[in-house]
Design a protein around this ligand. Structure first.
Ligand code: DNO
Length: 389
């Protein structure tokens, strides 16, 4: 096979990121994944702001390869009366990005919350720290902090019992930390308030899973012409974790979900951000099988790993450890990449907080050294898999 190299990218939160562009270069990435986090969700991304960010990235000798994310406003996901206004704004933001030559966009369609974890500093045996999702802690949040009606019905007896036992021993600080961790969003973006979450849960209960699927279809159909004209590729990020939590519907979690998404709006612009960590957290998900089903539409990849326990709780493992067989994924991704005109960008998604970063202020999952390790391992794996030195 005539292999070519994947594009090595790195998520950068912009000038406020404690990791500098020079750090990124030293890690060996060439592409940047970035977003305008200072623009409130739903507002138009102005041309000047896009140009400014692009100039900063290029001045460092790097390329702005992917936007992650142009957030989809809640009014679109729930298709409220003002959805059309936000769709028009979204199309304008896409046109502005295209004018600057940025053509790959990541987004998600998760209700209210982006990724969810219950702990951000689970200590590994080597002393590094990882992000953690634990069902018992989620149940404590749900029952005792959020106090959601009928929440008990969503947990099995064993989880409920352990949650109640653990709750009885938690102090105020531990409870406050749990609340912050679950509600935490993207660095420098607005945090979700408990009251907003409660109201959203009600709103989404009325919409349901099928309703949310229809709303995604509506969103994709509404941006299809702009994306096709401008040559923009949209990539939907899987739900993280890939199952319903807190009574909220999920629609981008399984093989069937992705087949639905692609088949319902079957046009080349409608693509997938293949995230091994998010998909790998699903007990029934086979990441390789999902990749093979959607590979022609994979325009961006997040490579990371998870280790699950029998409850389905998981921690973020080393990139080449955990439940996802990264060797198989890298092989399949490299084979798909060989067929493309332009390389598929991937980024080492998350990393452990380790070495000097343990003493630094870092964005959860996005410290420098853990990702540097991840990228180095993945880059080596790619050379090993392809023989393309
Ligand atoms: C977490 C990320 C997500 C992702 C968005 C994409 O670390 O993978 O926040 O960027 O869900 O829209």
């Amino acid at each position: 096979m005539n292999y070519k190299k994947l594009e090595q990218t790195w998520r950068w939160y912009g000038p406020i990121d404690p990791v500098s562009l020079q750090d990124v270069k030293q890690a060996g990435a060439t592409g940047i994944v970035s977003a305008l986090h200072h623009i409130p969700h739903g507002e138009i991304w102005p041309l000047e702001d896009i140009r400014e960010r692009k100039a900063i990235i290029e001045a460092a000798g790097l390329t702005w390869s992917v936007v992650e994310s142009v957030p989809v406003h809640e009014s679109i996901k729930t298709r409220r009366a003002d959805a059309e206004h936000y769709l028009e704004n979204y199309r304008t933001s896409l046109r502005n990005l295209s004018k600057c030559g940025i053509k790959t966009v990541c987004y998600n369609f998760m209700p209210v919350l982006d990724w969810t974890r219950t702990q951000l500093d689970l200590e590994m045996t080597d002393g590094s720290k990882a992000l953690y999702f634990n069902w018992i802690d989620l149940a404590i949040f749900d029952l005792h902090i959020l106090k959601r009606e009928n929440a008990e019905a969503d947990y099995n007896d064993s989880i409920l019992q352990r949650a109640n036992e653990k709750f009885a021993k938690l102090n105020e600080k531990e409870l406050a930390d749990l609340r912050v961790n679950v509600l935490m969003g993207i660095p420098n973006e607005k945090e979700i308030e408990l009251e907003t979450l409660r109201a959203s849960i009600k709103e989404y209960a009325a919409i349901g899973t099928q309703g949310l699927k229809e709303n995604l279809k509506y969103f994709l159909s509404s941006i299809a012409d702009v994306c096709t004209e401008e040559g923009i590729k949209m990539t939907i990020h899987p739900d993280d974790p890939p199952y319903p939590i807190l009574g909220l519907p999920r629609i981008a979690s399984t093989l069937e979900d992705f087949e639905y998404i692609i088949n319902e709006v079957n046009k080349p612009f409608n693509g997938v951000c293949f995230c091994t960590g998010s998909l790998g957290a699903g007990m029934k998900n086979d990441a390789l099988k999902i990749f093979n089903a959607v590979k022609e539409r994979v325009y961006f990849a997040h490579l990371r790993n998870v280790t699950k326990d029998e409850d389905g709780s998981f921690y973020e493992a080393d990139h080449l450890g955990g439940d996802v067989n990264m060797y198989e994924i890298m092989k399949a991704l490299s084979e798909e990449n060989a067929k493309r005109d332009t390389s598929i960008p991937f980024r080492p998604d998350h990393g452990h907080q380790m070495l000097d970063d343990l003493a630094k202020e870092t964005n959860p999952g996005y410290s420098a050294i853990g990702r540097l390790r991840g990228l180095a391992e993945l880059r080596g794996l790619e050379v090993g898999v392809t023989g393309n030195y």
